[in-house]
Design a protein around this ligand. Structure first.
Ligand SMILES: CC(C)=CCNc1ncnc2c1ncn2[C@@H]1O[C@H](COP(=O)(O)O)[C@@H](O)[C@H]1O
Length: 241
């Protein structure tokens, strides 16, 4: 654990709104159209800082999952073991830096002596990273932060989660499907949680021709941490020149 993780984190404005809200939630207010161009400089600064801070990270895997996973649940324990196993395999672990499954994965990574990255996001109700991050970054813009997950990971492990987790999963699937990223394993950990979604994607999306016959091959559904980590290690080996 490190002190001062949250130094330099974005502060909410006086009216309690977040930067993303002020950028996105302003339909029909012409005043904003004049100031939006200046926001580009803030957005640019976030990209520059993120690229700068993560450039030397080395091989990393992002672990996603519910912010609401209680520390007493088996899913928390599973995420912690995933974080440890990744660290032992020589990967840095990147999470959203929040509570629940993110905290668990960071905790596992740090307890195994690994690099534990938290990509924090300014939210209306939350302003601190979990206590198990040794490389903290703070973002105001969701889309900038999402770029960092993809750019600095070699694969994703997705724990049981809600809407935010699905967003991160489907973004990665879209990027693989459109070949924006290649050799990028995506593991869904937790068969009980994910099986229904896979069944629906196969039985409805695929059956109706909304996705290709092989699109679901990009996903590995498992409860087995060794299998998940072995997949990431294999992908890392394939990337090496
Ligand atoms: C209790 C609560 C909602 C806290 C929110 N605090 C958060 N802090 C950091 N990242 C988050 C947070 N909520 C959602 N995310 C992002 O969305 C995913 C989790 O969303 P969800 O809980 O599955 O939908 C995470 O992988 C993370 O990248």
């Amino acid at each position: 654990m490190r002190n001062g993780y949250n130094e330099g984190r974005p502060r909410l404005s006086k009216d309690g709104s977040t930067t993303d809200q002020r950028l996105l939630d302003n339909r029909g207010q012409p005043g904003w159209t004049h100031s939006d161009p200046w926001r580009v400089l803030k957005i640019q600064a976030e990209f520059v800082e993120g690229f700068n801070d993560l450039a030397d990270l080395g091989p990393a895997i992002s672990v996603f999952g519910s912010a609401r996973t209680p520390s007493t649940s088996p899913d928390y324990e599973l995420a912690a073991k995933v974080g440890s196993a990744l660290a032992q395999a020589g990967f840095a672990v990147i999470t959203g830096g929040g509570p629940g499954a993110m905290e668990a994965a960071n905790r596992g990574a740090i307890e195994a002596g690994g690099a534990s990255v938290g990509l924090g996001i300014e939210l209306p109700w939350e302003d601190r990273l979990n206590d198990y991050v040794n490389l903290p970054l703070h973002f105001r813009y969701f889309f900038v932060r999402k770029t960092m997950f993809v750019k600095y990971s070699q694969g994703y492990i997705v724990m049981p989660g809600g809407v935010g987790t699905l967003d991160e999963l489907f973004e990665a699937m879209t990027l693989v499907q459109t070949q924006k990223i290649t050799r990028f394993p995506i593991v869904l950990m937790g068969v009980r949680h994910w099986q229904g979604l896979i069944d629906w994607m196969r039985g409805t999306m695929q059956a109706d021709g909304r996705i290709g016959p092989h699109d679901l091959d990009m996903l590995t559904l498992t409860d087995d941490i060794d299998e998940a980590v072995a997949l990431m290690v294999r992908a890392r080996e394939e990337r090496q020149p």
